[in-house]
Each structure stands twice: as structure tokens, then as C-alpha cells.
Design a protein around this ligand. Structure first.
Ligand SMILES: Cc1ncc(COP(=O)(O)O)c(C=O)c1O
Length: 371
């Protein structure tokens, strides 16, 4: 049985009528730029994230770039982040004029290590970009106080963690709620995906929200008057309509992801070679990815291919070892935990529409290789 890593066509069949009707409303109106759906989406995603403001933009990458630009970085200013993430988390630091400073990750959750952040702070540090990887929040309860002590804003890269939560002092806090800014990507493969590129920023800060709204619209709060130089990073009204139509499904989809994850983890129990994802007990993990760590990964990957089982390696090369960052002076061995992760991780299908029979085929393929 072929099992894809993700089946967007199966999702499309379920939501088609709702999404097409929402798109047709925009098309009939012929108002494609900053239509009412954009503001509605901003409000609903801000509420979901426990934040006061939502500011939609063109992609998850821009959702990081704009708040980094709002820091007015100067050459040599440092922004700390993780080397085990999608490229945008660090590429945007460079594009905003800063220098990415990488630090190692926690060996269990693979999220950025709070102690390593603290050790890397220098007088040139201007901010911290925390990534909530694979759908589980980083230790914001530890990172927040470190950042406050040093007067540093935290940008939460929540591209993979819409609706993820962490219990802090007995209270559930959402991805994007605690940082100066939280970001989201609605890339089509995300837990809530648009039908194209889309992103959003959330913040509690009124002045910063204003600034981010300006920066996404050529730096002007009034048309044809520009207080600063921004860019065009509006979210298309059509994409906002798609996302609004899909949003009511999200909690059911997230629940299905969690159930698939629990079923895998129980099937892999007792298998010494298979290291399932470690869930920090404080976290409500939304399983954007179900990522296991295994020995003999390349051979295993070929085995999955031969069985028709979709999989992917997020991420095969840590960011400090990317050729474009060679001038930063890192080398193999700089961040051993992240480097080990790149050698052993592999993500399995965990999409909501996966049937039990499909999941059984994945489990069977995994167990037949390692037992
Ligand atoms: C952790 C992380 N940050 C940033 C991004 C960038 O988002 P986008 O592809 O929407 O620009 C992504 C997704 O692709 C991501 O996974």
C-alpha cells in the first residue's frame, strides 16, 4: 500500500465546498487586496494564539523578516537562534541586516536549549528567534526570564506550531502569546495551509502591531505617504478566504494528528532502535511532524521507499554548516546535538486523513526493518 507523507487531495475532498464558496464570494466581489477576510483572519488567529493583534502577510518567511526589520539591526548586531530548523528562521536574520548566532538544541525535544542561549548572549545580542519545532513549544518558561534579564525581545517562529500550548505556572500559554512577536506560516503543507503562500504575525504590543502593519505596506500608514521603507507583503484576500474556511476544521485535524502520533508511539514501544518523539510533559504537542530518530537511517529510507511509504528528512544539514553561512566561522562539531539530529531524524506520515490501514502499513514497514 502506498502511503504519502501528506495527502492534500484527501483534505481537499473534505473541505472543497466550503473553500470554493468562500473563494467565490471574493471573486464575485472582485476585491482581491486587503478585503474584509484579511481582517477577520487576523482577528481569529490572534484569538487562537492568545494575542491582541494579528497582522497577516505574504508568507511565514516575511512574518519573521518584518519583526526583524522592526529591530533596525546594524551591521554586527547578533540574533540568537537554533541551527536545527527550516532555513527561513536564520535567513531572515541575515536579510534584516543582522548576524545569526547559532546555539545547540535540547537532546530530547530538539528545540533550542535555554542554557545555550544564555551562554551565547554578548553586548551585541539584539534578539532571540525561538522555533517551536515540529509542533511542540520550546521552553518559553525558561527562555522568557533569560530574555527579560538581558532586555532582549523574543520572536517565536511558530510556523510549525499553530495551536500548540505549554503549561507555565499552571496556565496554558499558546504559541505566539509570550514573545514580542509570534509568527505563523500557512504554507500549503502546514497544519493550517493556504492554497498558496501566506503568513501572519501576532503580538500583544499596540505600537509594534502598528509598525508591522506599516512595514508590510511599503512603510506607510496612509497611501502614498511613507514614514519608512517597507515592502509589499500583503496577504491575498483569496488566501485569507481559504484559511477562514479551513479554520473550523483545525481542531479536529489536530486531534487526529495527536491520535496518530500516540498510535505510532505505542506501536514502537520497546523497540530499542526506534526513538519516538520526546514530548516535554509541559507541552501540548500538535504534531506538525512525527519525527523519529533511528540508526542506519539511509538504509531505512531506502526500505521505506521500496515499500511506498512517504517520509522526509527535516533537516539533513544544520544551518551553521550551510555553505551560505560559511563566513560565520562555524564548523562540523560546533553543535554536536543538532548535528547528530540531522543524521538520525526521519519524519513519518501523520496527516489527519490517514486511515488505520494506511498507518498499519507504515508501522509494519518500520517494524519489519528494525526487528
Ligand atoms: C520553522 C519554519 N520557519 C519559517 C518557515 C517559513 O514559512 P514560509 O514557507 O511560509 O515562508 C517555515 C516553513 O516553511 C518553517 O517551517
Amino acid at each position: 500500500m502506498n502511503v504519502p507523507l501528506l495527502d492534500l487531495v484527501a483534505q481537499y475532498r473534505e473541505i472543497k465546498d466550503d473553500v470554493l464558496a468562500a473563494m467565490m464570494r471574493v471573486i464575485e466581489r472582485q476585491s482581491f487586496i486587503m478585503g474584509p477576510e484579511v481582517a477577520q483572519l487576523e482577528e481569529q488567529i490572534a484569538r487562537l494564539s492568545g494575542a491582541k493583534h494579528g497582522i497577516a502577510c505574504a508568507s511565514g518567511t516575511d512574518a519573521l523578516l518584518l519583526p526583524l526589520k522592526a529591530l533596525d539591526l546594524r551591521a554586527g548586531d547578533e540574533v540568537i537562534t537554533t541551527p536545527f530548523t527550516f532555513f527561513a528562521s536564520a535567513g531572515t536574520i541575515h536579510n534584516a541586516g543582522g548576524t545569526p548566532v547559532f546555539v545547540d538544541i535540547d537532546p530530547l525535544t530538539m528545540n533550542i536549549s535555554p542554557a545555550a542561549i544564555e551562554a551565547a548572549i554578548t553586548p551585541r545580542t539584539r534578539a532571540i528567534v525561538v522555533v517551536h519545532l515540529f509542533g511542540q513549544m520550546a521552553a518559553m518558561d525558561l527562555i522568557g526570564p533569560i530574555a527579560s534579564r538581558h532586555g532582549l525581545p523574543v520572536i517565536e517562529d511558530g510556523a510549525q506550531s499553530i495551536g500548540a500550548r505549554r503549561k507555565i505556572d499552571g496556565q496554558w500559554r499558546s504559541s505566539g502569546e509570550l514573545g514580542a512577536v509570534g509568527t505563523l506560516s500557512f504554507f500549503p503543507t502546514k497544519n493550517l495551509g493556504a492554497w498558496g503562500d501566506a503568513g501572519l504575525m501576532v503580538t500583544q504590543d499596540d505600537a509594534l502591531a502598528e509598525r508591522l502593519r506599516r512595514l508590510r505596506l511599503h512603510g506607510g500608514s496612509r497611501q502614498y505617504y511613507h514614514e519608512e521603507v517597507g515592502t509589499n507583503s500583503r496577504l491575498d484576500t483569496l488566501q485569507a478566504a481559504v484559511l477562514l474556511a479551513k479554520l473550523p476544521y483545525l481542531s479536529r485535524w489536530t486531534q487526529a494528528r495527536k491520535e496518530h502520533a500516540a498510535r505510532y508511539t505505542s506501536a514502537f514501544k520497546g523497540q530499542a532502535d526506534i526513538c519516538p518523539p520526546a514530548i516535554d510533559p509541559a507541552n501540548d504537542h500538535i504534531f506538525h511532524q512525527y519525527t523519529i530518530r533511528v540508526p542506519r537511517r539511509d538504509e531505512f529510507q531506502n526500505h521505506l521507499k521500496s515499500r511506498g511509504i512517504g517520509h522526509s528528512i527535516y533537516y539533513p544539514l544544520a544551518l551553521h554548516l550551510q555553505p551560505c553561512f560559511a563566513s560565520l566561522g562555524y564548523h562540523a562539531g560546533s553543535f554536536p546535538v543538532a548535528e547528530r539530529a540531522t543524521e538520525s531524524v526521519i519524519s513519518l506520515p501523520v496527516y489527519p486523513e490517514m486511515t488505520d490501514a494506511q498507518q498499519d502499513a507504515v508501522i509494519d514497514a518500520v517494524l519489519s526493518f528494525y526487528t
